[in-house]
Design a protein around this ligand. Structure first.
Ligand code: GLU
Length: 421
């Protein structure tokens, strides 16, 4: 029997649930606790009226889901995208719970989103959406309650507006209410690069495990936003050969290796990946099937599915995005013996440095970039090794091992705290 019905394959929360159920049963977790841990704690829907630049009033829909607050305040980004759904935010919130537990930082999991297209909004409209969204969530956010961060479609400026709105209401500058802020407002050095740097560390660890060398690895990166572009830059500097990249507009391929500094300059100017001289143009999706050793999906959910997983030629997949692979695709990749470093481990560098930012804000003492990077590396390496030993001990994939490690940690904390009724 298929682990998930074909028509449900693209429902992200179902995909989270399938992995959760497998890991929790493997752990022998009591059914009642399984039910509690699988279910979110709170889901908030917000209607955001905004006077648009043309004078018309529009109402945007936003969400914040707090999946678990067992190990600490909620933690997780805010996403601005026309594709946001409650199902997606619910899945992303629970992935934050597992991600924070995998890297063993004292947070629960949460996620927010607003259905809007930031590319079509003016700066003033974006600010209005952000401030109203934050004001509506005043009772639920806070350094000890729930701490947002950037995600798809949001950036340091959006975080600065969240911080300011919250601070104005509580009548004191509260930098620790949000992470991924500008450095001048209590942001951490190294935060912007942290997810990409974490992916590089995950790649390095995978190579070490498989006895491969950086300089012999051909890498394809699908998605060229903050995470994809930083991952490309850092991997290139570390000696990997980047042979393919893509964004929503299209892809590039050069089997001899793309000149990444030139690519970054080109993207800065053209605001898109296609068009770099010296590379072949390929379709945005076609990059997934290029001849390569490492594939880094760094965009959105559901790019590797049961429909295309068999076409992937990479030997290693490092999931920089959240949820790029469906549960049905997991089985195909396992059969093909592809080494998959799962999202809740591979992209945990971002939230790890968010944790450092929160710590620095609360103590009012800021670290050097070298300190941030060194501690990030220590935590990523320790987590990678923890997940690998779980996988070996229980004879499961790294994905199921990561879920097992995370669920075990959250369940342990929940049992110690007990259920309050
Ligand atoms: N949005 C990022 C993620 O999915 C970062 C979350 C955070 O730093 O809180 O991991």
């Amino acid at each position: 029997m298929a682990i998930i019905a074909a028509e449900k394959e693209l429902l992200v929360y179902e995909n989270m649930g399938v992995r959760f159920d497998r890991a929790a049963s493997k752990l022998g977790l009591d059914k009642g606790f399984q039910h509690v841990l699988r279910t979110p704690t709170k889901e908030i829907t917000i209607y955001i009226p905004v006077v648009m630049d043309n004078g018309a009033i529009e109402v945007f829909v936003g969400y914040r889901v707090q999946h678990s607050l067992v190990r600490g305040p909620g933690k997780g980004g805010i996403r601005y995208s026309p594709d946001v759904t409650l199902d997606e935010i619910r899945a992303l919130a629970s992935w934050m719970t597992w991600k924070c537990a995998v890297v063993n930082i004292p947070f629960g999991g949460a996620k927010g989103g607003v259905i809007c297209d930031p590319e079509k909004l003016s700066r003033r409209e974006l600010e209005a959406i952000t401030r109203r969204y934050t004001a509506e969530l005043l009772a639920d956010l806070g350094p000890e309650r729930d701490v947002p961060a950037p995600d798809l479609g949001t950036d340091e400026q959006v975080m600065a507006w969240v911080m300011d709105t919250y601070s104005m209401h509580v009548r004191q500058a509260t930098t620790a209410v949000v992470t991924g802020k500008p450095i001048e407002l209590g942001g951490s050095r190294g935060r912007r690069e942290a997810t990409g740097r974490g992916c590089l560390i995950a790649c390095d660890r995978a190579l070490r495990k498989l006895g491969r060398k950086r300089t012999q690895q051909r890498v394809v990166i699908q998605g060229f936003g903050n995470v994809g572009s930083v991952t490309a830059k850092l991997m290139h500097e570390a000696g990997y050969k980047i042979v393919g990249v893509s964004d929503v507009h299209g892809g590039l391929y050069n089997p001899k290796g793309i000149d990444v500094p030139k690519l970054l300059e080109h993207v800065q100017q053209a605001q898109q990946v296609p068009g770099l001289a010296g590379c072949d143009a390929v379709g945005a999706d076609e990059v997934l099937y290029l001849e390569c050793d490492i594939l880094v999906p760094a965009a959105v959910e559901n790019v590797i599915t049961s429909r295309n997983a068999d076409r992937i030629k990479a030997k290693i997949i490092v999931e920089a995005a959240n949820g790029p692979t469906t549960a049905l695709a997991d089985e195909i990749l396992e059969e093909k013996k592809i080494f998959v470093v799962p999202d809740i481990l591979a992209n945990a560098g971002g939230v790890t440095v968010s944790y450092f930012e929160w710590v620095q804000d609360r103590m009012g003492y800021f670290w050097t970039e070298a300190m941030v990077n060194e501690r990030l590396e220590q935590m990523m390496v320790a987590s990678f090794d923890d997940v690998c030993s779980y996988a070996e001990r229980h004879d499961v994939s790294l994905r199921i091992a990561a879920y097992m490690l995370a669920i075990d940690r959250v369940a342990f904390a929940l049992k110690l705290r007990g259920l309050y009724a």
